[in-house]
Design a protein. Structure first.
Length: 524
């Protein structure tokens, strides 16, 4: 027996530990599971398994259970131990995700291990059963509609809604509330699925309008009394419920996969440090920029630092603010962490989607979102079909080409020991060619950010470009990008240089020009 009896302190609710310790003394408790769901959209969930259904009802009725979500955003789920065995036996993936030994804070680990073995045998059958039953019921509804039986279609949809809600309850709560009506069951699910609030209009505090219209088919004998005009809304809403069930199946599968990977590959110290640095980066960004959403779309590990690529969506994200955020993070991590920040307003992204959709759509996915100030921020309306286009690309390229030509002309015709203007021309040409490379390769024209950030975006597009960095060292070594920033601004300093460095600068520009021309040929 591997009995766990140490109940931890819960963040934000220190009293919950003492309450649970008291409960296990008063009532026979088989197991308690706690999952924080850091990698999921779900709220933290505390699952209490009692020895019988009577005790489960007793615990459910207690005020601390009812108030826990309001006070700490922890969802408390109470059920009897027999229902857990039923979950595993029927193959419900809820059992694998929330009743796993990794999340056991009270109970017998050996018993939970047995549950996992039972569940794995039946998961496919459980999922197939839902889709089979759903297709069967919906076919019956369509047959009724084809034969102009409005009453039959409405009654059929009652059964389809009941099936959808039954599976949503099973997949989110691990149990089905057969004793409650559809209105109460939807209300209970809203704590787990807030999107339901957008799908159902309330007739009053206890009744949802659309469900009431459906259930009317059970109460009346004349189908002319039914609101047939709402039939399309009934179909549409059921389609949304059906989609939520499918989405939950996929979410639980993903959570289970992540869980298994964590078991097979114990986290290394470097991985932990990486997570800590990413958390530090997100903390700095959220404190200084107040974003709506942050997407982490790429990580690059270098010899002395880790680079995180983040898209920040929010208001008032000026280049100056993003530079301050980047510098603050460098200072806090002793230059061990760097962030490549791309920041824009949501409305700006929407207005320019015809230009930059290829870049933003790839990044703005649920899997890559690491921060959201509100779960109900609107998504971008992507264009379908979409074909990338590059207006004014040739004009931008010609401007960069002229800068390179001007650098070469001044380099060849300068007076001896006179380097004035050359470094500024090099900085301008270098920055211009990087912006064009990003424009063509990523379908995105960046703001006027620092050259180092532009270079890292180029490496994101084509990591092989990193082989050119040995040339940077020949020019200014570790101060290469600092000096570029310096020469992009007005200054009164006398420029010092050497013929060797000028030759290397010319080589850098020529190699970048060749890389960009290759993309231009692809475009044409």
């Amino acid at each position: 027996m591997m009995k766990i009896q140490v109940i931890p302190v819960f963040p934000g609710n220190p009293h919950l530990q003492h309450i649970l310790q008291q409960v296990v003394q008063e009532i026979p408790i088989e197991a308690i599971f706690y999952r924080e769901n850091n990698a999921s959209k779900d709220s933290p969930q505390l699952l209490i398994c009692t020895a019988n259904s009577k005790d489960a009802t007793t615990v459910k009725a207690r005020k601390w259970v009812i108030n826990a979500y309001v006070q700490t955003k922890i969802l408390i789920n109470v059920q009897n131990g027999l229902s857990l065995h039923h979950l595993a036996k029927c193959g419900n993936p809820f059992a694998s995700c929330y009743c796993h030994s990794d999340y056991l804070i009270y109970g017998d680990k050996a018993e939970t291990g047995t549950l996992q073995k039972i569940w794995k045998k039946n998961i496919v059958a459980y999922k197939d059963r839902f889709y089979h039953d759903h297709d069967l019921l919906l076919t019956q509804v369509h047959q009724c509609k084809t034969h102009e039986s409005v009453m039959g279609a409405f009654l059929g949809y009652v059964s389809v809604y009941e099936l959808d809600l039954q599976y949503l309850e099973s997949l989110y709560l691990g149990s089905i509330n057969f004793e409650q009506n559809l209105h109460e069951r939807i209300q209970n699910l809203m704590a787990y699925l807030p999107i339901l609030e957008q799908m159902f209009v309330k007739k009053n505090a206890k009744i949802f309008y659309l469900i009431d219209v459906l259930e009317k088919s059970k109460r009346v004998d004349d189908e002319f009394l039914l609101n047939n005009e709402l039939y399309s809304c009934i179909c549409k809403t059921e389609g949304q419920l059906f989609a939520l069930v499918g989405e939950r199946f996929r979410e639980l599968k993903r959570m289970t996969k992540q869980q298994n990977e964590m078991q097979k590959l114990p986290e290394k110290e470097e991985e932990n440090r990486g997570k800590e640095m990413l958390f530090e980066a997100l903390t700095v960004v959220t404190e200084m920029a107040e974003p709506e959403e942050i997407y982490h779309y790429h990580t690059k590990t270098e010899e002395h630092q880790t680079v995180y690529y983040l898209l920040v969506v929010g208001e008032s994200l000026s280049c100056e603010l993003l530079e301050r955020v980047q510098q603050s993070l460098r200072d806090k991590t002793a230059n061990k962490c760097c962030v490549v920040l791309v920041g824009h307003r949501r409305s700006w992204i929407q207005e320019n989607v015809y230009l930059w959709q290829g870049f933003f759509k790839k990044i703005m996915t649920a899997d890559q979102m690491v921060y959201s100030s509100n779960p109900y921020h609107p998504g971008i309306h992507w264009e379908e079909p979409y074909a990338a286009n590059y207006p004014d690309l040739n004009l931008y390229y010609r401007a960069a080409e002229c800068s390179i030509e001007q650098f070469n002309v001044l380099k060849k015709n300068r007076a001896e020991n006179n380097y004035e203007g050359l470094h500024a021309l090099f900085a301008t040409a270098f920055t211009r060619i990087l912006r064009i490379y990003i424009y063509r390769s990523l379908s995105y024209m960046p703001s006027y950010v620092a050259p180092e950030i532009l270079w890292k975006l180029c490496l994101y597009s084509k990591p092989a470009l990193e082989k050119l960095e040995y040339l940077f060292d020949k020019v200014w070594k570790e101060r290469f990008f600092l000096n570029l920033n310096h020469y992009l601004k007005f200054n009164d300093h006398l420029t010092n240089g050497s013929e060797v460095k000028l030759e290397v600068m010319e080589e850098i520009l020529e190699k970048l020009k060749v890389e960009t021309e290759f993309l231009m040929v692809e475009e044409s």
